[in-house]
Design a protein around this ligand. Structure first.
Ligand code: 5AD
Length: 346
């Protein structure tokens, strides 16, 4: 417990060794509770009991990358590929807007069909139709120039998980053409361009140690992102990691509290992976410091195909059902889904 109190006092100066000691307490009931209480106190001070929603539009599952953990990796020949047309994407936005979504997240694999020009066109159309909405991109590694073009076209936010801040671990999760240095540069470029930036990682990815997680926390403290997405690793049957163990929900929840305390204003989703690993995962996430949920606005026909990992939840329900269901779930635990862009609060 000593490290919990030390962390609460000195999170800005915490060292790698101290983070490791802190993370060893993820199974200690008193430590878990002390951190969660503090995380919730901070979350309520900054964001009250509001839970922000993001309408996720998974617009393409084509991907030129071959990440060992991911179900839509290039080498997965069993994945049936789709891409939504611009009209279909706009229809998702219209549906979402009517349901009270004021942030749309365009997420996809790194799909060469979606050139910068096409993405810019899409951004312009969405922002023209919904000037009161925030637009988030989650389309991977691009050049500074591309990120600038997207920003100038009106994109507000960008999600790009760093996956792991340790070079060797990064190499063990990705083929050799993918580089942690490139990933980190992208994140700094995005910050410089004035995006609200989201980084993050999987909890319990194969080979991950507490030392790796401590490096992730140090990296995030340095980057100071506006958003951090974390969720348990969940194996996908058609990947090289099919037989690896899933990540721990308990450790994910512990890390959510740690992140809320380390980055008090951060936008912190209770992720779909957390909701998949535990049926009450998203509620549990909110109750330890998270303040965002990201329901799916993709057409129901495509949902199952955007399969990053096995047994992903919410692939069968309409967006309306998913908003309604979540709304009730959040009310039941003393929070409320709000119709709001849900920007980062300085
Ligand atoms: N389990 C959990 N999360 C995954 N992601 C990709 N594959 C998996 C998996 N098997 C996460 C990655 C990626 C995000 C879009 O989804 O962290 O950045």
């Amino acid at each position: 417990m000593e490290y919990v109190e030390r962390f609460l006092e000195h999170s800005a100066e915490f060292t790698k060794e101290e983070f490791i000691e802190l993370l060893k307490l993820a199974g200690n009931e008193a430590a878990v509770k002390r951190l969660a209480d503090e995380a919730v106190r901070i979350r309520k001070e900054v964001y009250g009991t509001a839970v922000f929603i993001r309408g996720l539009i998974e617009f393409t599952n084509y991907c030129k990358n071959d990440c060992y953990y991911c179900g839509i990796r290039r080498s997965n020949k069993n994945a049936s590929r789709y891409r939504l047309s611009e009209e279909e994407i706009l229809a998702c936005c219209a549906n979402g807007y009517a349901l009270g979504f004021r942030t749309f997240v365009l997420q996809g694999g790194e799909d060469p069909y979606y050139t910068d020009e096409r993405i810019v066109g899409l951004i312009r159309r969405i922002k023209a139709a919904y000037p009161d909405c925030a637009l988030t991109l989650s389309i991977g590694e691009k050049s500074y120039e591309s990120y600038r073009a997207f920003r100038e076209a009106g994109a507000d936010r960008y999600l790009l998980r760093h996956e792991t801040a340790t070079e060797d671990h990064y190499k063990s999760l990705h083929p050799k053409e993918m580089l942690l240095t490139v990933r980190k540069k992208c994140l700094y470029d995005l910050k410089e361009l004035g995006y609200q930036v989201g980084a993050g990682f999987m909890v319990g990815s194969p080979g991950q140690t507490l030392e790796h997680l401590a490096e992730d926390l140090l990296f995030l403290r340095k980057l100071q992102p506006q958003m951090v997405g974390i969720g348990p690793f969940i194996p996908h049957h058609d990947t090289p990691f099919a037989d690896e163990q899933a990540g721990s929900v308990q450790l994910t929840l512990f890390l959510l509290s740690v992140l809320r305390i380390l980055l008090p204003h951060v936008l912190l989703p209770a992720t779909t992976a957390l909701g998949t690993a535990d049926t009450a995962g998203r509620e549990k996430g909110i109750l330890v410091g998270a303040n965002v949920v990201m329901p799916n606005l993709s057409p129901v026909e495509n949902r199952k195909l955007y399969e990053l990992y096995d047994n992903k939840i919410c692939t069968g329900e309409e967006a309306a059902e998913s908003r309604e269901g979540l709304s009730r779930r959040m009310e039941a635990i003393g929070y409320e889904l709000v119709t709001d862009r849900g920007d980062y609060r300085e």
